[in-house]
Design a protein around this ligand. Structure first.
Ligand code: AMP
Length: 407
């Protein structure tokens, strides 16, 4: 069988449409918080979980069995395949050799084509365009000369990015003057990957929509999240997003079209920019549960994690309806001690518990059980359920924990 990523799509493989019933074992490549929350949700449906991760006692390893080995360890991957009825992953930079091996030995309904596409910004942009959605005007860059020409065409500022391997704003340079062309090229070309230059989009909001698609072709989208980043790391997601209902509908339809066109299986997170005049540009895709979908855990009829399990097991998808307004705020290393204190005492910094009660605020805490805490490291999140998102925003801003980070 042809195993090149272009030819392979798990959803089209023989047997890919089989239903994996509760009681089966789900193998998860990667043992971080996404695997952990997937495990917690899937365990409620009666599945068993086994994860592969190099760090002993990983966040997922607390709640699932764990094979301790590197992600590129083919022997360990074989062991995972033998033990699992179905395999998924919690990050997109899965080694291509391991992905192909797992597909051959086990059942990987997400296939490797989706990974192949989303691992590379240029391939991803072409796939988004093929689905009829818009991306920021861009150019492929192979030399400093090409960069100069592209900057002249796309304008200043523009954003130079590595095609692979960047996340949370790493592997990026916002070129704000011609003088930065040389240094930007010198710095980013060190990564040894292709580069892409994007026109700078003067967005008014960053949005995301998480779509789920199952092998049987059913698609559901979660409500649009309005995302606020601080230092390029997601700080908060506000749902419902404070945007026109028409734009919300358009963003959800766009995510659904992209999932359909790419024949995605499982979750596909679609990050977008919204401009003043109501235009939506797709920035990035992630074929997995996404930080901006953590709000679904208490605020939606089905969480993104349960939906992912349902999709890869080819169960009917759950309703993705929003049950309550919510603001999700991330707990980074610098916040985690104060959040633990709040869990232990019920007091959130300067915000008194009776005020929380009277304001209809319900802060639901999720901590990932990571052994080492460091500044900027994602340690957990809090879903602040509310009757109006402004109440939750006020609560978050008033606690000493997040006061210095405006929403
Ligand atoms: P990314 O790694 O592509 O998600 O980019 C990280 C952040 O950089 C985004 O969340 C935006 O805030 C900003 N950014 C990236 N690309 C652009 C662009 N073309 N125009 C404006 N801002 C951008």
């Amino acid at each position: 069988m042809d195993r090149s990523p272009n030819a392979v799509n798990g959803a089209q493989d023989k047997g890919a449409k089989k239903v994996i019933p509760p009681g089966s074992t789900i193998g998860v490549l990667g043992g971080g918080q996404l695997g952990r929350m997937m495990t917690l949700a899937g365990t409620n449906l009666g599945y068993r979980f086994i994860t592969l991760d190099p760090t002993p006692s990983s966040p997922c390893g607390h709640v699932a069995e764990q094979i301790v080995a590197g992600y590129d360890d083919q022997e360990a991957a074989k062991k995972l395949a033998e033990r699992s009825d179905v395999i998924t992953y919690e990050f997109e930079n899965v080694d291509a050799g391991v992905a192909a091996l797992l597909e051959e030995l086990s059942h990987v309904p997400q296939g490797s084509r989706l990974l192949y596409t989303t691992q590379h910004r240029l391939r991803e942009k072409r796939a988004v365009e093929a689905a009829g959605a818009t991306v920021a005007p861009y150019a492929e860059i192979g030399s400093e000369q090409e960069l100069s020409e592209a900057v002249a065409r796309l304008g200043i500022p523009s954003v130079l990015k590595t095609a692979t391997g960047g996340y949370d704003g790493k592997g990026q340079w916002v070129i704000r003057s011609e003088a930065e062309i040389g240094p930007a090229y010198a710095e980013l070309s060190k990564a040894g990957t292709e580069l892409v230059l994007e026109q700078f989009i003067p967005f008014v909001k960053e949005l995301s929509v998480i779509a789920a698609r199952s092998p049987r072709g059913e698609i559901r989208t979660f409500p649009v999240a309005e995302n606020v980043h601080v230092d390029n790391i997601l700080h908060a997601s506000i749902v419902p997003a404070r945007i026109d209902e028409k734009v919300q509908g358009e963003a959800e339809r766009m995510a659904s079209r992209i999932a359909e066109s790419m024949e995605a299986v499982g979750l596909l997170a679609v990050e977008m920019f919204l401009t003043e005049d109501g235009r939506i540009y797709v920035n990035e895709l992630a074929p997995r549960p996404h930080n901006s979908g953590h709000y679904t855990m208490e605020a939606c009829a089905t969480s993104q994690f349960e939906q992912h399990v349902r999709a890869i097991c080819n169960l009917p998808l759950g309703k993705a309806k929003l049950l309550t307004p919510v603001v999700m705020v991330n707990v980074l290393g610098e916040h985690v001690d104060d959040v633990k204190e709040a869990v232990a005492t019920g007091r959130w910094g300067a915000v008194e518990s009776d005020r929380i009660a009277s304001a209809n605020i319900v802060p639901k805490v999720h901590l990932y059980g990571k052994a080492g805490s460091a500044a900027k490291r994602k340690m957990g999140h809090v879903n602040v359920l509310c009757s109006d998102v402004q109440e939750a925003i006020d609560f978050i801003q008033q606690t000493a924990i997040w006061r210095s980070q405006p929403i």
